[in-house]
Design a protein around this ligand. Structure first.
Ligand code: ACO
Length: 326
């Protein structure tokens, strides 16, 4: 049996904030953001658009595109670092509730911007192991809720949204062929939520405001991101006897245009093989790869037999990717 993606879907909040609009409240400019990141806009969720709401809508879109019904699912994986509830319950449980389907398993994974790549491999394992027939894998983020809007170093980078994939048994010779999943926990403090966990609890009146939001050492993450982008692509290609000409698309985590440009030069893989949409959605962490796949599907770019690499990298520090034959 071979396991793979049957369909993809997405949900994007309607509220769109351009760099110009953001510049009215944050000390920045369209010119700085575009030249340093390639980002032009981001979509920001309303109060009602929770992480689980967006995940559920993306799931419905993926089911519709496949002509499947919610009862076809027997496991839900949600990759997110912005769950509806801190620690528990899992956001995947709320998606199960929203979809009103019983008798299935659900779990969240916290691998930041690599979450979707992890989710696809876990979904493949559940299917090949016989635990599930159809697995819903969602990457969903409400990063606006953990962004310090007074910190121009991070406020310009992030957006909200969700992307989903329905996985199941697929034709021989297609599907998720291989995955590389890695962690460097020594870099846990390069990009994280400094307080709120049991190691550093939030202390009313004592915790500085900036420690209550996402923290990022941009330069450290940048250097890591370029290196691992090159490493993951090389490892997936070497393990599967691929040369750059074999690859139809690389779908990277959409963090920053400059990271992808540097990785493309070092890997000697032409930039036009990388599918990029951070201009419209900014960095949506675990949602960015499935959002890109859903957009590519809507544009008719994904054809059966195409060879696609995904590449994720982010907080944790986590990194990894999948080799998919579509
Ligand atoms: N607008 C205007 N000026 C700014 C802004 C801004 N939004 N942000 C920073 N600056 C200024 C700084 O204050 C600094 O000014 P100074 O020279 O007078 O001190 C100058 O611009 C340069 O700042 P740097 O931080 O050195 O800028 P850099 O070139 O490193 O770019 C960036 C910053 C875009 C964040 C880059 O480091 C980066 O892309 N890092 C990786 C981010 C990433 O990929 N994250 C992915 C993971 S996300 C996740 O897992 C959730």
């Amino acid at each position: 049996m071979t396991a793979g993606i049957i369909s993809v879907g997405s949900y994007i909040p309607a509220k769109r904030v351009s760099n110009e609009e953001l510049s009215k409240t944050v000390d920045t400019s369209d010119e700085w953001i575009k030249s340093h990141t390639g980002i032009g806009n981001r979509h920001i969720a309303s109060e009602e658009e929770t992480c689980s709401y967006m995940a559920t809508e993306a799931a419905k879109d993926a089911l519709n595109r496949a002509g499947l019904v919610k009862e076809d699912l027997d496991f839900i994986i949600v990759a997110t670092i912005t769950p509806d509830y801190k620690d528990f319950p899992a956001t995947a449980n709320l998606v199960q509730r929203n979809l009103e389907i019983g008798n299935i398993g659900s779990i969240d994974i916290k691998a930041a911007c690599t979450g979707f790549a992890y989710g696809l491999e876990l979904g493949r394992g559940l299917i090949l192991g016989g635990t599930a027939k159809k697995v819903l894998v969602v990457g969903a983020e409400k990063l606006s809720a953990i962004t310090n809007w007074d910190d121009r170093g991070t406020a310009v980078l992030f957006g909200d949204g969700a992307g989903a994939a329905v996985m199941g048994s697929v034709d021989e010779g297609t599907g998720i062929v291989d995955s590389v999943l890695r962690t460097d926990g020594t870099g846990y403090d390069a990009l994280n939520m400094p307080t709120g966990g049991t190691a550093t609890p939030y202390k009313p009146g004592e915790t500085p405001k900036e420690d209550m939001y996402l923290y990022m050492d941009g330069q450290r993450v940048y250097n890591f991101a370029v290196k691992v982008n090159v490493d993951i692509v090389k490892e997936l290609m070497d393990r599967n006897n691929l040369i750059p000409e074999d690859i139809d698309y690389i779908v990277p985590h959409q963090a920053n245009y400059r990271i992808i440009l540097a990785a493309s030069r070092r890997s000697k893989i032409p930039l036009d093989k990388y599918y990029l949409n951070m201009e419209e959605y900014a960095n949506t962490s675990s949602a960015s790869i499935p959002l890109a796949l859903a957009e590519m599907d809507s544009k008719g770019l994904l054809k059966k037999g195409m060879k696609i690499l995904t590449v994720g990298f982010g907080g944790g520090l986590t990194y990894g990717g999948n080799y998919i034959v579509w």
